[in-house]
Each structure stands twice: as C-alpha cells, then as structure tokens.
Design a protein. Structure first.
Length: 461
C-alpha cells in the first residue's frame, strides 16, 4: 500500500529524492521531543519550489498528510511525523540566493542553518540578530515556522521582526510571494506575518528575505549571583536603567549543577540559588565604571551576592556557556518542558504564584528554572526521576501544566512563549487564546489548507 503511494509520487515527480530506510524514518520523523515514536510514510527531499509545489498538489489529490521539516530542533513536537505522514525536509534547499546591499537583505532558502545565515550576514559587515543555542542545527524555515525568539529578543525582538519577504507554498499548492522586501506596505492583510509562527500548518516556507542590521557596539558580559527570586526583576530594572542591554538571562543552582557536570567551568564560588548572565553595550571605559557602580548598588540593596565581569572574549563565551549549555545538559533526564511568558511587569507576581504551585506539585522532583527573564519568558524543565515510568511522569506533568495554564490565564500570559504549540501544548491552547480567537484560527487554517494536509494535529486537534 505504502509502496503504491510512493510509486505514484515518484511517477509524478521523477527527480524527487525519497528516503524510506528505517534509520532515515527515525531520524527525520522526530524533533528534540522524544515522546512520540517516529512513523513517517517516507522522507521527501525537494530541491526546488516547483518540487515542493508538486508534492503539495499531489498530497491534496491523494489525501496524504505532510510534515514540513527543518532542523527538527523544536521542543513542541511541531515536526514530529508519527502517523504515516510524508516528511517534506527542506534540508537540500539550503543556499544563500542573494544579498542586497541597498535594501540590506539576505535572501535564503529555508533549509539553511541559522549559523550559516549569521556567517553570510557577517561577510557583508552586517548581522542577522536572532540568536540561540541551537544555531548550528536549526534552520531558518523552522525559525520562521515558530517565530523563534532566543537570547537577544530584549534588544532585537523575535524572528518576525526580521522577515522582509516570504515565499510560501500554501496548503492548496499555490505559491505566495508575500511582502517582497517592502518596508512599508499597507495594502491589505499582512499574510507574511500570519505565516510566521504558523508551525507549518498553513504553508511551507520555500524562500525568505531577511533583514540585516549593523553589528552592535563592543559589549561586556557579566555573571551575577542572586540571593532569591525577588531580586531577579529588581536587578533587571536596575541594570536596564543605566545600561543598554543586549541580553538578560537567568538560571538556577540546579541548572548550574547540570551544566557544570556537562563540562562548563564554574565562574563564581559558593552556593547561590539564582544566577543572571547579562550582556550590554560597552563602548568605552565609562560604561565599565557604570556597570561596577550598578553592581555595587545591587550588592548594597541585597539583590546581588556576587558577580564576575568577563575579562576576555574567551571568558565571555565561558559565561554564556553556563546559560546556553543548559538544554543539552538536561537532555538525558528526559525533561518535561514548559515555555511560558507573561508581561515583564507581571513577572514578580506571577513568579510568586507559580513558585509555591511548583514546590507543592513537584515535592520530590527536580525542577529547573531558566530563561529569558528580561522578556518575561520562563523555561521550566521538570526532570524525570528514574523511579517513574515515562507515562506516569508525563501524566503528572500534564496535571501541573493545567494548573500552570490557569495561573497564566490569571496573569494574562501565554502557554508558549517561543517554542510553539505543536503537539505538546495543544491541550492548553484554550488557556491563553479565547474561543473567538481559536475559531478564527481554524477558519484561517481551512482557507489556506482546505484539505487539511499540512501538519495535521499540530496546534489544533
Ligand atoms: C533556551 O532558551 C531554549 O535555551 C530551550 O529555548 C529551552 O530547553 C528549554 O526548555
Ligand atoms: Zn528559550
């Protein structure tokens, strides 16, 4: 049966590369979540927009579900193919197509890695400023599909700020050329923005024109140790009032324990419950003095217990590793991940609320807190104890996530700040989106993908 379907696809698109080896099905059938057993029909590796269109037209006619696939570093199951879907990997469409010096844009294919985009921008003396730890493995198409955020959002915003144009094959097979690099365009609905963050449920990104910008001035990186969670936002307000921040990230002592066990270097002695890595513009010596002044002020107020300022690029990288290495250092513990956000102003009350909730609900389980606290975005990784089965552990975490979702509703937050809804957060979409909004979203889905072939089951059931 599967053979017949694939033979049909091959006769329709004779040049299309298809993979069906069990190892490939396993590799391309999952993302960084490990909850679902991969079971795709096959993997298609198109090399052109025409081939992508051909696949989508064929899938509509034959009623075959498609899972668009980038670097599969996602954490919400958005790229999982566990139901006999055809995975459409954009891995072979990974070239830089154009650089426009006047527009300051870079046009790329969707399968290019974020790190390669960074490199291409740098070759022209510019930067593409969205950045995060998975930069080497994730693809720009996947970044666009989730409106990826990362560690520089505080300065530069999310992916959506940097997409000047998008070519997309919609669920009905039509090729849309959206916004075409325009800075100003008030001619109707902005379908480009609708595509960004749609998790492969409305269309497949086949080309993107990225906005580039000037590199930031020289910067300074500091690691701070804090005595309690309340101090986090106090220190943030203090640093932001005097310094021009490029990043403000936090993590807890448990995160530090794991990242150190994974090879990172300790930078501050002693036991401290909370840490902050911050980076700020440091154009001249004066900024160093201001940073020290601000640091002293924080110490006097009792908000900062210790700190270190990087003395070299290597030391700055070592400090960043303490934050950026967390996800990898936790992977073997099969963490259950929450990726939540509230307005920056709501963070202190929200933290109070959920701190007691999590302490009560996970009394004997390690809960690792970290994330982009300067954006109001918190990552909570709950580590599976060896004594619990996968199923029991997930059931317990789902129960707590329901309570967390209620807290988010009370505080006006979001159940997914930057990782997307995918399969993992689907049951909680109603907690932070109204019934009216969801009904409109379903309508949008039906318009772009009338036969429901694009990433079915993701975002909505
Ligand atoms: C990060 O900020 C990523 O490091 C991953 O968004 C977060 O592993 C996580 O929960
Ligand atoms: Zn993050």
């Amino acid at each position: 049966m599967n053979q017949d379907v694939l033979a049909d696809l091959s006769s329709r698109l004779p040049g299309l590369r298809l993979l069906t080896d069990p190892g490939d099905l396993e590799h391309y059938g999952r993302d960084w979540t490990r909850r679902w057993a991969p079971a795709p029909l096959a993997i298609a590796l198109p090399v052109s927009i025409e081939e992508v269109q051909g696949i989508v037209h064929w899938a509509n006619e034959r009623n075959v579900a498609l899972v668009p696939s980038g670097g599969r570093t996602g954490l919400s199951g958005g790229a999982v193919a566990a139901q006999g879907e055809l995975v459409v990997s954009l891995a072979r469409m990974n070239q830089v197509l154009d650089f426009n010096a006047v527009d300051r844009t870079l046009t790329v294919q969707p399968g290019i890695a974020l790190e390669a985009v960074h490199g291409a921008a740098r070759e022209h003396g510019l930067i593409y400023p969205v950045d995060f730890a998975a930069r080497g493995s994730c693809s720009i198409g996947g970044n666009i599909a989730t409106n990826a955020g990362g560690i520089r959002v505080i300065r530069y915003g999310n992916t959506r700020e940097w997409i000047a144009g998008l070519k997309v094959v919609a669920g009905n097979g039509e090729l849309l050329d959206l916004n075409r690099g325009l800075i100003k365009n008030s001619s109707g609905y902005d379908l480009r923005q609708l595509m960004i963050g749609s998790e492969g449920t409305l269309g497949i990104v086949v080309e993107a024109t990225l906005r580039l910008t000037d590199p930031p001035p020289a910067s300074q990186v500091m690691l701070l140790a804090l005595p309690d969670m309340d101090a986090l936002m106090q220190v943030f307000a203090l640093f932001r009032s005097r310094l021009s921040l490029q990043a403000f990230e936090f993590f807890t002592d448990i995160a530090l324990k794991h990242v150190l066990a994974h090879g990172a270097q300790r930078a501050i002695d002693g036991d401290h419950p909370y840490y902050v890595v911050t980076e700020f513009d440091a154009v001249d010596e004066r900024v160093q003095d201001i940073a020290l002044e601000v640091f002293e002020q924080g110490v006097e107020q009792g908000w900062i217990s210790d700190g270190v300022m990087a003395q070299s690029e290597a030391q700055a990288a070592a400090l960043w590793r303490l934050r950026e290495g967390i996800t990898e250092s936790l992977a073997s513990h099969k963490p259950y991940k929450n990726d939540i956000s509230v307005r920056i102003g709501a963070v202190p009350d929200f933290l109070q609320d959920i701190q007691s909730l999590l302490a009560r609900e996970y009394p004997h389980i390690d809960v690792v807190w970290f994330g982009h606290i300067g954006d109001g975005n918190l990552h909570i990784n709950v580590l599976k104890p060896a004594s619990l089965s996968d199923a029991d552990f997930i059931a317990q975490c789902e129960h707590v996530t329901k309570l967390l979702a209620q807290a988010l509703q009370r505080h006006g937050g979001s159940i997914s700040a930057e990782h997307g809804i995918g399969l993992v957060k689907r049951a909680y979409l109603e907690s932070t989106r109204s019934a009216a909004e969801i009904a409109l979203m379903r309508g949008v889905k039906a318009t772009f993908d009338p036969n429901g072939i694009l990433n079915p089951g993701k975002v909505f059931a």
